[in-house]
Structure formats: C-alpha cells, structure tokens
Design a protein around this ligand. Sequence first.
Ligand SMILES: Nc1ncnc2c1ncn2[C@@H]1O[C@H](COP(=O)(O)OP(=O)(O)OP(=O)(O)O)[C@@H](O)[C@H]1O
Length: 262
Amino acid sequence: MIQIDHVSKSYDGGKSFSVKDLSLEIRDGEIFGLLGPNGAGKSTTLNMLAGVLAPTKGTVTVNGIDVTANPIEAKRSLCFVGDSPDHLLRLRGREYLRFIADVYGVPEDVRAPRISKLAEDYGMAERLDDKISSYSHGMRQKMMVMGALLPNPDVWVLDEPMTGLDPKAAWLLKQSMREHADAGKTVLFSTHVLDVAEKVVDRVGIVAHGELLFVGTVDQMREHFRNNGSLEEMFLELTGENSPLAGAGSVAEDAGAPVEEM
Ligand SMILES: Nc1ncnc2c1ncn2[C@@H]1O[C@H](COP(=O)(O)OP(=O)(O)OP(=O)(O)O)[C@@H](O)[C@H]1O
C-alpha cells in the first residue's frame, strides 16, 4: 500500500509548486494509473514515492514505512522504473541486473533463473552481455523494466513504463502488473497514453498543474461526467484549458465511497 499525505514539491524554494497538497491512497491488490499531460507533476510525484526526491511538505509511506524517515527500508519494499534509463549506460545488461539483485539481496540460486526468464520473455537473452549504451531506446526501457521486476518487491512504482516497448513487451508487462495486483500487491504507474490506462487500471487519478483532479474507476469517471465517450475525451475535458476543474479544486473519492465533488 502507498499512502501519500498532503504532499507538495517545490523546485524553487517555495516560489512555485510542481505538486500541490496531494493526498492519495493506493491500495493493496490494485493497479492505479496516474494520468496527466506533460508537466502535470507525475514524475515528480513518483520520484517522491520512490525516495529519489524529498517532498517539500507532507509524507509518503510505503507499506507503512515513511520514505523520508526510513529510506533504505522503504526502498527495499518497492521497485522503481524512472523516466530515464541514462544512468545505466556504462554497464552491461547482465551487470545491471546482478547489481539490482545485490542491492535487494536476491539469493544467488533465485537470481540466475529469474534473470534468464526475464531475458527470454523480453527478447533480451542475446544482448545481455552487451553494454547498455549499445542498446536501442526500447531495449534500454526493457532493461529498466527487467531490473524493476527482478527483485519482485510488494510495491511497483513505474513511471511511463510502456514508453518505447514493442507490443509483445508491453503486453508482458501489463500481464505481470495484473498478476502482481491479483496477488494482493500494489502497482502504481504513470502514463499519458490513455488507451493503456483504460485497459489496465483498477482506478485512475488525473493530475494537472500539480493537482489531483479526479480519483476513481474509469466507470465512475464515465458516470460522473455523464459521457460515454472515450477516456481521451474525458481526459481532455478534465485537463483542458477550458475545464472548470483545471487548477481549481478537485474531484476525488473517499475510500470506497461514490465519487463526489470536493
Ligand atoms: N528538476 C527540476 N527542476 C525544476 N523544475 C522541474 C524539475 N523537474 C520537473 N520540474 C517541473 O515540475 C513540473 C512537473 O514536472 P514533471 O516532470 O513532474 O511532470 P510530468 O507529469 O511527469 O510530465 P511528462 O509527462 O512530460 O513527463 C513541470 O513544470 C516541470 O517543469
């Protein structure tokens, strides 16, 4: 479970906020999609959950562990796909995966078969001993995904994980996300590809201008806006310049309660 409690982030000492007073609970057993246009604050939020960025205000807990107060313990219970694979470039694929296995303490007898299976599944077996700098963009993304799935912690935090993946890899990842959530674990991912979200999520949160505008199921969102069109239309309606919601107030649900205006 992930608990985000009144979290804000400023990059300029408090003059402006990229994430504003965001509160959200991602439950065990669900896939939660964080949706929003470019610059909405998705990566900033996910980086704070993963302990890469410190919140300016508020607290984040992962499985009850405060990410700021107990960063090592919190990080052991989650994996993270960040928005750039550039930090991996100097390593070979296998070296990176072994490094991740070491960090998470994956036992020797478990890591080898897991690495082989992931490499086989994602079509990377032939390239594991090449430098990541020689990989295509999609292959680098696959390596980040494989590195995240290898230790298989309870909480998955994935920033735009499908970006650059070929259809088979994207399908595999979605399957893994579903299986993980069905096993009672937690999956949070961000995207601005609406089709992806619509097919995969149990609940969605929509952010724009650093604010959470809506939380609920896709059906609740449809119902709320009395619009049977695509998620894309609703998304544009929610986040567009003319939206009555953009930058002013929010629509969110209480845990388990019907969607309601706040
Ligand atoms: N390191 C940084 N320094 C200053 N401002 C930043 C920094 N990183 C992000 N921002 C600003 O914070 C806001 C939110 O950015 P963020 O990357 O979180 O958005 P996003 O929703 O992930 O966007 P995208 O879909 O384009 O990846 C933007 O206005 C961005 O310019």
